[in-house]
Design a protein around this ligand. Structure first.
Ligand code: HEC
Ligand code: HEC
Ligand code: HEC
Ligand code: HEC
Ligand code: HEC
Ligand code: HEC
Ligand code: HEC
Ligand code: HEC
Ligand code: HEC
Ligand code: HEC
Length: 561
């Protein structure tokens, strides 16, 4: 049979049709693209129905569970005659008589009459206004709009740069002139002045200059020592690393690649660099090198790797066995045995960042009392100043001698006399001479053998140095100055997990944790199984131990470079 399939589309100006002739015995009707009558809509089945010619005429038959409506009634099959209407999903198929003279058996008109709701199509259908309908010509409107855009968004903002006060005045308007060039939200830290574009954009059509940033951040520190020449540090503008207008996204670079880019090979900047090459905290980061005191008097500090056990010795000049104080059996104090905790001596500072320094009078003196003579159990030596302690000892024995009644075999009669008995001048001299000797002997014991010496390195008087000396003490407070470490953020971890203090027998032990302890929790930036830790989590970029990044800033500001 020869069939003409006529697809109808209704437009504003009439009905359009696209005809297609086919010579088939059976026509498939459906959503499958190989259907002879192709109905592309989700509500039509892949093969929905078939159309065929039988002896009695044309015949339509639903395939499988599909349904068709024939002249309004639901059917699974029906004979067709001219004028019949078949509904398949959203389509109407109408059987039309072929035009006279054409070699066609039947024409089927197909029309989508129940399209799925399409907002855009609906909207387009409703708004048919064109420029022509407003009575204006396209060309003149385009020109007018271009001029408005030019004036508002180019001329006025530029004028604002050159005409003093214009931009300030425009801030009263809903949108200030120069804000029309705003390329994104300012970072939170800069929000308070971000409306004043010229605070950073000092010159029109010139990139943001360092002098703008340095006006507020004058003291920003260098990253590498000045004698290490790194073009990216000395020549790049602040804005090269600190982007604006992306809220807080880019004002600070936190990606580890930024650091690793240089740090995987520092030798390219400084062939003599003693700093280890580092690429990732987990897979490529050197063992820590805490800064250890080697000699207090000469202020000699040394960075010693925690893996260099032979050199890992601290010389603070203070004796202290952690083990004896942390013994499980407790430690004897004035009020009986006590179990000491770390926090009894290591108290967090107010911000919780660091720990307060150890103080003898606060942390030790309860148990290590500086009493020195059983005849005066309440009398204590002052701490921290050798001369005062010596003075107190001398005064004490002089006082005893002058008072009398000292029950010591070796003492002269004047010192052993009854209290209240007056002393002659000769006797007084004799008593004071005894007191002096006695004080000297006591100092040998108090300073040189027991009390002070139990904690300090004490030097007795010598030919060159006639007075007692206690070697200066330096208890390091910051062991790893090249990184940041915040105790408060690790309060859930037991102190002894990082510091094996209970096993330390002397203060020369270095109790700092190895990098492997940190790696139990901290991974590199991309470690999924651990806390992702980019370099900037533990390090600052502008290092406070170095001078300003742009030391000649005042000069550059003056010359305007
Ligand atoms: C805190 C300083 C600061 C302020 C304030 C500031 N900008 Fe910027 N702006 C920058 C930096 C930094 C860049 C990056 C340019 C570069 O690399 O030299 C930039 C870039 C731009 C650019 C170039 C496009 C881009 O995204 O790189 C435009 C345009 C711009 N700013 C407009 C403005 C306008 C308008 C204002 C006032 C509403 C303003 N800026 C205020 C710092 C600032
Ligand atoms: C009007 C003064 C001013 C100017 C100009 C200025 N800043 Fe700031 N900036 C601040 C203040 C205030 C803060 C917040 C306090 C702080 O962290 O020091 C800040 C913070 C920052 C921060 C830290 C942001 C953070 O989220 O931690 C960076 C980085 C910075 N500024 C870089 C720049 C750069 C680069 C420029 C030049 C394009 C610049 N600043 C210009 C005042 C200024
Ligand atoms: C442009 C290259 C460059 C970039 C980027 C860079 N550094 Fe450095 N860094 C250096 C140089 C050079 C030194 C000095 C090396 C020396 O003293 O021999 C240095 C020194 C250091 C030091 C001190 C090392 C020591 O033992 O004295 C640390 C820590 C450090 N950088 C960390 C970082 C971190 C973290 C970042 C990323 C936020 C970073 N660096 C980005 C080049 C760079
Ligand atoms: C009775 C007081 C006292 C107690 C309790 C105490 N410490 Fe100390 N700690 C000190 C003194 C004093 C120093 C300084 C002398 C030295 O370097 O050993 C010190 C130094 C340290 C240091 C740095 C010195 C180094 O060599 O690394 C660490 C770490 C430390 N203690 C951890 C602990 C921990 C952890 C505990 C609890 C398990 C603890 N301490 C309990 C008094 C105490
Ligand atoms: C709770 C009481 C107590 C506190 C607090 C205490 N100690 Fe001790 N300390 C002792 C006792 C008890 C001994 C003797 C333990 C032993 O020999 O087993 C001792 C022993 C020592 C020794 C060894 C003395 C020697 O002759 O070998 C030193 C050094 C020392 N303490 C220093 C300190 C310092 C420094 C502090 C303060 C940071 C301190 N102690 C705080 C009770 C205390
Ligand atoms: C229980 C241990 C202990 C005893 C006993 C002790 N000290 Fe100290 N001494 C310390 C500690 C801890 C420091 C450092 C912290 C401080 O200054 O409080 C220190 C600091 C000092 C300093 C200051 C050193 C400096 O360089 O800053 C002097 C001086 C001093 N002691 C003298 C003495 C004298 C003299 C005696 C004996 C009368 C004595 N100490 C007994 C623990 C002790
Ligand atoms: C996650 C590991 C970790 C834990 C847990 C930890 N620390 Fe530390 N601690 C460190 C590191 C790292 C440093 C070196 C920081 C610096 O000085 O740069 C340090 C330094 C110290 C110092 C010497 C510096 C100073 O400020 O005196 C003492 C003392 C100390 N810790 C005591 C403690 C005590 C007490 C606890 C338990 C409350 C504790 N730590 C828990 C890692 C740890
Ligand atoms: C979890 C904390 C942490 C992370 C993450 C971290 N570091 Fe460190 N880094 C440290 C500590 C702690 C030290 C020892 C500091 C000291 O010795 O004063 C150190 C030391 C260094 C040193 C000095 C090395 C030397 O020769 O002694 C450099 C350089 C350095 N880190 C760079 C980096 C770079 C680059 C990254 C990122 C790829 C990074 N660090 C990531 C904690 C960290
Ligand atoms: C038991 C797990 C654990 C260990 C071990 C550990 N950390 Fe952490 N650390 C954490 C967690 C969890 C945080 C995040 C805490 C937060 O953001 O509140 C953190 C945060 C930090 C921070 C960021 C602090 C800040 O201001 O946001 C630094 C720096 C750091 N750790 C360094 C270290 C170093 C160095 C070591 C080894 C000496 C170490 N950590 C060992 C769990 C650990
Ligand atoms: C080579 C890249 C680079 C250059 C150039 C640079 N910075 Fe930074 N700056 C950083 C990085 C990375 C951080 C964040 C790391 C951190 O937390 O310290 C930072 C942090 C800051 C901070 C906030 C933290 C702090 O240390 O106070 C300020 C403010 C800052 N920079 C200002 C400036 C100024 C001003 C200049 C120009 C003189 C400048 N920076 C040049 C990389 C750079």
């Amino acid at each position: 049979m020869r069939v003409r399939i006529s697809h109808l589309t209704r437009k504003a100006k009439g009905v359009a049709h696209r005809d297609e002739d086919r010579e088939e015995d059976i026509l498939r009707i459906g959503r499958a693209t190989d259907s002879e009558i192709y109905l592309p809509d989700a509500r039509v089945n892949l093969v929905h129905a078939t159309l065929s010619r039988r002896p009695g005429g044309f015949f339509i038959e639903a395939v499988g569970a599909s349904t068709i409506r024939h002249n309004g009634a639901s059917r699974s099959s029906a004979p067709l005659k001219i004028g019949d209407n078949v509904m398949i999903g959203p389509y109407d198929l109408t059987i039309v008589a072929p035009a006279a003279g054409e070699a066609i058996d039947v024409t089927i008109a197909v029309e989508l009459v129940r399209a799925q709701a399409d907002d855009l199509v609906a909207l387009r259908a409703r708004s048919r206004t064109s420029i022509e309908e407003t009575g204006l010509r396209k060309r003149s409107v385009s020109w007018a709009l271009s001029i408005v855009v030019f004036v508002l968004f180019i001329a006025l903002p530029i004028a604002g740069f050159f005409i003093p006060g214009l931009n300030e005045w425009s801030r009263k308007l809903p949108v200030a002139f120069d804000h029309s060039w705003d390329s994104g939200p300012a970072s939170d830290s800069h929000k308070f002045f971000a409306g004043d574009c010229s605070a950073c954009h000092q010159k029109a059509f010139v990139q943001v200059r360092d002098s703008a940033c340095l006006a507020c951040h004058a003291k920003i520190e260098e990253h590498a020592p000045h004698d290490v020449k790194v073009a990216a540090l000395s020549e790049e503008r602040c804005a090269h690393c600190h982007k604006e207008h992306t809220h807080n996204d880019a004002i600070i670079v936190r990606a580890q690649g930024f650091c690793a880019n240089c740090h995987v090979d520092l030798k390219k900047f400084n062939s003599k660099s003693t700093v280890a090459d580092i690429g990732d905290f987990f897979s490529q980061h050197a063992e820590f090198r805490p800064t250890v005191v080697k000699a207090v008097e000469t202020k000699k500090f040394e960075r010693v790797s925690l893996s260099d056990k032979a050199n890992l010795i601290e010389q603070s000049n203070l004796k202290f066995p952690h083990d004896r104080h942390l013994s499980e059996r407790g430690v004897r104090g004035p009020n009986g045995v006590r179990q000491l905790k770390c926090a009894d001596c290591h108290e967090p500072d107010r911000g919780g960042v660091g720990l307060l320094p150890i103080e003898m009078t606060k942390h030790c003196a309860d148990c290590h009392q500086l009493t020195f003579d059983p005849r005066a159990p309440e009398r204590k030596l002052p701490h921290g100043d050798v001369a005062s302690a010596v003075g107190v000892i001398q005064d004490f024995y002089a006082g005893l001698a002058l008072r009398g009644q000292i029950e010591e075999e070796s003492a002269p009669a004047s010192v052993r006399r009854r209290v209240g008995q007056p002393l002659r001048e000769e006797e007084k001299k004799e008593a004071l001479a005894w007191a002096e000797t006695k004080a000297k002997q006591q100092m040998e014991i108090i300073l040189g053998t027991s009390l002070c010496k139990s904690c300090h390195i004490v030097e007795p008087p010598s030919a060159q140095n006639p007075s007692w000396r206690v070697k200066p003490v330096k208890v390091v407070n910051v062991w790893m100055p090249k990184a940041i470490f915040v105790h408060a953020k690790h309060s859930t971890v037991d102190c002894t997990h990082c510091h094996d203090a209970p096993k330390s027998t002397q203060s020369s032990d270095v109790l700092m944790p190895s990098i492997n302890t940190c790696r139990e929790c901290h991974g590199g930036e991309n470690q999924a199984s651990r806390l992702p830790s980019p370099c900037a989590m533990c390090h600052v970029f502008h290092r406070q131990d170095l001078g300003p990044m742009r030391p000649d800033f005042k000069k550059t500001a003056a010359t305007g470079n």
